[in-house]
Design a protein around this ligand. Structure first.
Ligand code: SF4
Length: 74
């Protein structure tokens, strides 16, 4: 199992693209104007950039779970 898991409520995405601005490596805008996450299961070296994407989202639809502790980081 990966160290962290990203959850993304795509229905709630308003297409602000802040996530993509913060982390182009793992977030893309879809043709319907909503974001897509490329990789949900991430490791330590991918945490900071995905945390920045989650924290930048104005509607808070991106969350990151620590799979070892069960803690929700964002
Ligand atoms: S920042 Fe949030 S609302 Fe904006 S595109 Fe990304 S997920 Fe959607």
């Amino acid at each position: 199992m990966a160290k962290y898991t990203i959850t993304f409520d795509r229905d709630g995405c308003i297409g602000a693209a802040a996530c993509v601005s913060e982390n182009e490596a793992n977030w893309r805008m879809g043709t319907d104007g909503k974001a897509d996450v490329l990789k949900r299961d991430i490791e330590e070296d991918e945490l900071a950039a995905n945390k920045a994407a989650a924290e930048a989202c104005p509607v808070g639809v991106i969350h990151i779970m620590d799979n070892e502790t069960g803690e929700r980081l964002v």
